[in-house]
Design a protein around this ligand. Sequence first.
Ligand code: IMP
Ligand code: MG
Length: 184
Amino acid sequence: MKSEMEQDILKVLVTEEQLKARVGEMGQALYEKFQGRRPLFLSVLKGSFVFMADLVRACQLKSDVEFIVVSSYENATESSGRVHIVHDVQQDLTGRDVIIVEDILDSGRTLAFLKEYFMAKGAASITIVTLLDKPSRRTKAITADLAGFVVPDEFVVGYGLDYAQQYRNVPYIGVLKPEVYAGA
Ligand code: IMP
Ligand code: MG
């Protein structure tokens, strides 16, 4: 039987099996790119926490993990357009090869801001890794160095991505039924 949460899902866009296979490939690609170096995986929270956990284990390199908490949504499906740093990085980024780990590249505002911000903190290089890419919505000239899946212009949840802080623990990427938003 479907859980109460799963009953809110209209359709599955990316299955658990597809996620596992693709994240494995992405980890391998980063392994090859950074072999002999010690990159710093920098997870953009909250959305990327599930992807981050799988990606770092798929890339058996000596590396560091770091986190930044940003917020651009105000419990809606449209971004407010401003990026707030809720919790900043704690490690020195000077001279580091930073791998930004993001859940989804949508308008590009979050990553455009963070790329500048980490460069200003002295990073030697920035590699942008995103699980999902929604290129149709881009307003900033920014591209990912590595993207897992291209998704259509639909609001997606699961595998870390939320709607109003819910559905992050859905194990696949799905689209919600319209009536779920109706009460919002
Ligand atoms: P951007 O700044 O517009 O590129 O938005 C990036 C952030 O918005 C991501 O880190 C997500 O947290 C959130 N976001 C964008 N699209 C979606 C979506 O379809 N579902 C859930 N969160 C989204
Ligand atoms: Mg989010």
